[in-house]
Design a binder for this molecule. Sequence first.
Ligand code: NAP
Length: 247
Amino acid sequence: MKTILITGTNGNVGSFLADYYANNNYCLHLLYHKSSTRLEKLISEHKNVYAKQCDLTSLDCVQKACEELRKESNTSPQLIVHTASKRSTDFSDLENSDSELWYEIIQSNLFSTYKLLKVNLPVLKEQDYGRIVLFGSNVSRIGLKKGTAYAVSKAGIANLSRSVAMELEEYNITINTISPGPIKIDDSHFSEEYREFRKTYYAKELEQIPKKRLAEGDDILHICKFLTSDSNSYISGEEFFVTGGKL
Ligand SMILES: NC(=O)c1ccc[n+]([C@@H]2O[C@H](COP(=O)([O-])OP(=O)(O)OC[C@H]3O[C@@H](n4cnc5c(N)ncnc54)[C@H](OP(=O)(O)O)[C@@H]3O)[C@@H](O)[C@H]2O)c1
């Protein structure tokens, strides 16, 4: 039985992926941030699911949570799927942006990814095995008007995976980034301002998507399953765009 560490598990994609892996004979190490409501059913129905609260912006917290998960489950992860991310919430052009918020988004998205890898790469190296999947966004290649911090953080994540892939060349470890376009999700819990931004932005995106629909959970799952499987021992450092054919 393989063990998979998943972050952002109270989020849309993280909870969807956790559900798949829990139902397919994996041991799960789950990290969530402020709330774990979406995980309650999963935890109550499966015995190999271990969850910890963790703020990924704190290196100490990442170290402690991952260590506790390994101790409690008596297993170390071979697979890592990092979905956690702070949404784009500045909605301002660069010159009017709030520099504190800009810094916070980079901290939450890019620097947290660095911390997660810093703590867990030695664990994978020790096993000489690992499949790592990071989450970017298609804004890494198209940019995001009034969302520069988010776009930059996502481009940084893709480059981090490219660079780390080279550092891992002598190990049976691959690292790749999935960069989705807009995903069809339940956004009822978001702020009105964010829902409004999403509505306008996504309607415009939809017009440009050749497949004429937003990405769905299964579109993300299929590529993630491949990248976390034994079938992928060769592809590493790549960025996979899940955008329905949109460049
Ligand atoms: N949904 C889309 O349309 C879309 C499009 C392109 C790319 N993506 C990318 O795909 C991934 C998954 O998206 P999603 O829709 O599942 O996002 P989501 O629903 O917003 O979930 C993200 C999760 O990350 C957690 N998180 C945020 N800051 C954290 C921190 N400092 N420490 C630990 N966890 C933290 C959040 O927890 P809290 O809420 O408790 O803070 C949340 O549960 C993300 O990387 C996103 O950028 C999504």
